[in-house]
Design a protein around this ligand. Structure first.
Ligand SMILES: O=C(O)CCC(=O)C(=O)O
Length: 321
């Protein structure tokens, strides 16, 4: 974690290239506070406060950027997202999605064939959710990074979260056939913040055979948690069913190019469970700037060419001023 400001204001085109590095990753701070004996809630509050102190005005700027962008064509989809915690983004809102899925399928074929999944924090999962490309590695694929940071996705996340958000992760996920129901293959909620957006792009058709992403909409998640008297951690299928009162979980199947947005902090979910066929998805995660438990890719200088093409709100997604 770098605590010092990066003062470079070199200009690329009309846009200054100035990474915002102060407390880029709040999560290590949060973990320190926890180790010091603070509760999760107190650690959340303090981490947010520290971030605000280290980057004064940043929150205000991010809200102002959203005001400048205004309302868009996505209001019905946004309303669905706000109410239910998930939405399918209509194809006409993301005309590039099918072509991007096609190109990503080619990259995945190459990566799978050469059997070079990148080792990393998720290698502990070994048998599923392998990141064929992740975070900074997307700099090698500018077209995909452009899609992920395009106005369609970033503005949607901004309008939902109420401010210019941060791209806190991107992964090309490969789940091979497996027989397990462990870790993220069990119901859980993500804990980076109270609210966040994960975009999920189907790359090769997902059916019930591919271990589809499965979720409980936000209102029903509230009922399940109240019934189980539990907010976080893993929930068994039985606990979830008991709180659902007959309502079926939502299974995100779709054709290549289908794009979903899920607030994985508000919706219980799992995926990759007992797949009998490969599953390929692109995942892009957006959080608020002060999400207390998030980590953020270190994009470094590789962003310069893309940065020149982005508007101020999009630039904020990559932690650029
Ligand atoms: O699709 C999956 O395998 C589950 C992913 C998941 O649990 C998550 O993104 O938090």
């Amino acid at each position: 974690m770098a605590l010092t400001a990066h003062r470079s204001s070199e200009r690329i085109g009309s846009a200054p290239y100035r990474p915002i590095r102060l407390l880029r990753d709040p999560f290590p701070v949060w973990k320190l506070l926890r180790r010091a004996g603070l509760s999760k809630a107190a650690s959340d509050t303090l981490t947010r406060g520290l971030k605000a102190v280290r980057t004064p005005g940043e929150k205000r700027v991010r809200k102002a950027l959203l005001q400048a962008v205004g309302a868009g064509p996505d209001s019905a989809t946004l309303a669905h997202m706000r109410r239910h915690g998930w939405a399918q983004i209509p194809a006409e809102m993301v005309p590039d999605a099918a072509a991007v899925a096609d190109d990503l399928a080619a990259v995945a074929r190459e990566r799978r064939a050469s059997n070079r999944p990148h080792p990393g924090p998720d290698s502990k999962k070994a048998g599923f959710l392998i990141s064929l490309v992740k975070h900074e590695q997307f700099l090698d694929y500018p077209g995909f990074l452009k899609f992920i940071t395009g106005p369609e996705l970033v503005y949607f996340a901004a309008r939902y979260l109420g401010e210019a958000p941060v791209l806190s992760g991107a992964r090309l996920w490969w789940t091979p056939p497996n027989e397990t129901a462990i870790l993220s293959q069990q119901y859980h909620r993500d804990e980076e913040d109270h609210s966040q957006v994960k975009f999920l792009l189907v790359i090769e058709a997902v059916t019930t055979e591919n271990g589809p992403f499965t979720l409980i909409p936000a209102e029903a998640t509230q009922r399940v948690m109240a019934h189980a008297d539990q907010g976080y951690g893993r929930f068994s299928d039985e606990e979830v069913a008991a709180g659902l009162d007959g309502e079926a979980p939502l299974v995100l199947t779709g054709h290549p190019g289908a794009l979903f947005a899920v607030d994985t902090a508000r919706c219980l979910h799992f995926g990759s469970r007992r797949a009998t066929r490969d599953r390929l998805m692109l995942m892009a995660q957006y959080t608020r700037f002060d999400a207390p438990r998030s980590t953020v890719p270190d994009w470094g200088d590789g962003l310069r060419p893309l940065a020149a093409e982005l508007d101020p709100l999009q630039r904020r997604a990559l932690q650029l001023s």
